[in-house]
Design a protein around this ligand. Structure first.
Ligand SMILES: [Zn+2]
Ligand SMILES: [Zn+2]
Ligand SMILES: [Zn+2]
Ligand SMILES: [Zn+2]
Length: 301
C-alpha cells in the first residue's frame, strides 16, 4: 500500500492509499470528491503505472486501513449507474477497484459488441480496464480480477478534469462535440450513436479500451491545468467577468431589497453614524461581503 499526496481544491493536499498489486484505492470518507483536475490526473497516472504489475487477489479477510476492522460490500448508485465498494464498518473509508472508481466517476461505458470488434481489430486487442491484463476475444470478465471490460470516454474524462474549460481549445475536448453531433466534426462522417471508438474516416479517438491510453490522451492537458490552477486562464477570467456583469442588476436589486426589508416601514435614517447604520443592516452587510468574496474568487480563486 502506497500513500499518494494529490492536489485537492482550495490548495489542500488529499491523501489516498493505493495498492498496486491489488489494483485498489483506499479513500478516507469523501477524499475523491475533493481532487482537482491535476490531482485526478496524477491518480490516473499512478493507476496506469500500477497496471504493469500482475494482479493479486484481495485476501478474503481484508481489513480497514485505519482500524483493521471488518469491511462490508456496499452497493452505491452514482449518477452514472451502480457501483460497489468495500467499506469499513466504522466508516473510516472504503476500497474501490480502479475500474469501480472510474465507473463511479462516469468515465466508463460498457463494452458494446461493436467496441469489442473494434478493439480486436486493432493490434493491442482487448484488455482489462482494472488490472490491464490481456483478455480473450469472447471474455465477459477478466480472468485475473473479474472486472467486466469497458471503454473510457476520453472527452468526458477531459471535461471532468477541466470543469472551467481552461483547456477547451485542445483537440482532446472536440471529441465531445463529435459525440453529441453523431458525426465527426473533423470530417463530417456519420458516427453510430454512443458506440464509436474511432472515426473510421479521419481516425479521431473517441473512446479507448485501456486506462494507460486514456491517461496518455488527457495528460497533454497537464501543463495548462497547472497554469490555470495558479492563475485562471484569461478566457475563463473573461467569461467569469461577463457572468458577473450580466448578474449585477439582479444582485443590486437583491441588496436593495434586503436593505429595504431591514429598515422595515421606518423612515430613512439620515443623521445616523455610518457604523450604527451598518449594525442595523446586517443582511445587506452580509450581501456586500458575499459580493466581495465572489470578486476575490473571480480573480484569485
Ligand atoms: Zn493489496
Ligand atoms: Zn475502520
Ligand atoms: Zn483484470
Ligand atoms: Zn472523422
Amino acid at each position: 500500500m502506497r500513500r499518494l499526496i494529490l492536489d485537492g481544491h482550495y490548495g489542500q493536499r488529499v491523501e489516498i492509499d493505493l495498492c498496486a498489486p491489488c489494483h485498489l484505492v483506499w479513500f478516507d470518507a469523501i477524499e475523491s470528491v475533493r481532487l482537482t483536475g491535476t490531482g485526478m490526473l496524477s491518480l490516473l497516472g499512478e493507476m496506469a503505472q500500477a497496471q504493469r504489475e500482475p494482479h493479486q487477489l484481495l485476501k478474503p479477510d481484508a481489513r480497514c486501513v485505519r482500524c483493521a476492522g471488518r469491511l462490508k460490500t456496499v452497493h452505491n448508485r452514482s449518477r452514472w449507474g451502480a457501483t460497489l465498494q468495500l467499506e469499513c464498518l466504522r466508516a473510516h473509508g472504503a476500497y474501490q477497484t480502479f475500474a469501480q472508481f472510474l465507473s463511479e466517476k462516469g468515465f466508463v461505458r460498457p463494452l458494446s459488441s461493436a467496441d469489442r470488434a473494434g478493439l480486436l481489430r486493432r493490434e493491442q486487442g482487448l484488455h482489462c480496464l482494472n488490472c490491464g491484463a490481456a483478455m480473450g476475444a469472447q471474455d465477459q470478465r477478466c480472468s485475473y480480477c473479474h472486472s467486466s471490460p469497458g471503454m473510457i470516454d476520453v472527452a468526458r474524462l477531459a471535461r471532468a478534469l477541466d470543469p472551467d474549460g481552461a483547456t477547451e481549445a485542445h483537440a482532446v475536448h472536440s471529441t465531445a462535440a463529435r459525440h453529441a453531433a453523431l458525426q465527426c466534426l473533423a470530417c463530417g462522417a456519420p458516427l453510430p450513436p454512443g458506440q464509436a471508438v474511432q472515426c473510421d474516416h479521419c481516425g479521431a479517438t473517441l473512446a479507448v479500451g485501456q486506462l494507460s491510453q486514456a491517461h496518455a490522451a488527457v495528460s497533454v492537458l497537464e501543463a495548462a491545468l497547472r497554469a490555470h490552477a495558479q492563475s485562471p486562464a484569461p478566457h475563463v477570467r473573461a467569461r467569469r467577468l461577463a457572468q458577473l456583469e450580466g448578474d449585477l442588476p439582479r444582485r443590486r436589486d437583491w441588496a436593495r431589497q434586503m436593505e429595504a426589508e431591514s429598515r422595515g416601514a421606518a423612515s430613512e435614517p439620515d443623521d445616523r453614524a455610518f457604523w450604527d447604520d451598518l449594525r442595523e443592516r446586517p443582511r445587506s452587510v452580509a450581501a456586500a461581503a458575499g459580493l466581495l468574496l465572489f470578486i476575490w474568487w473571480l480573480f484569485w480563486g
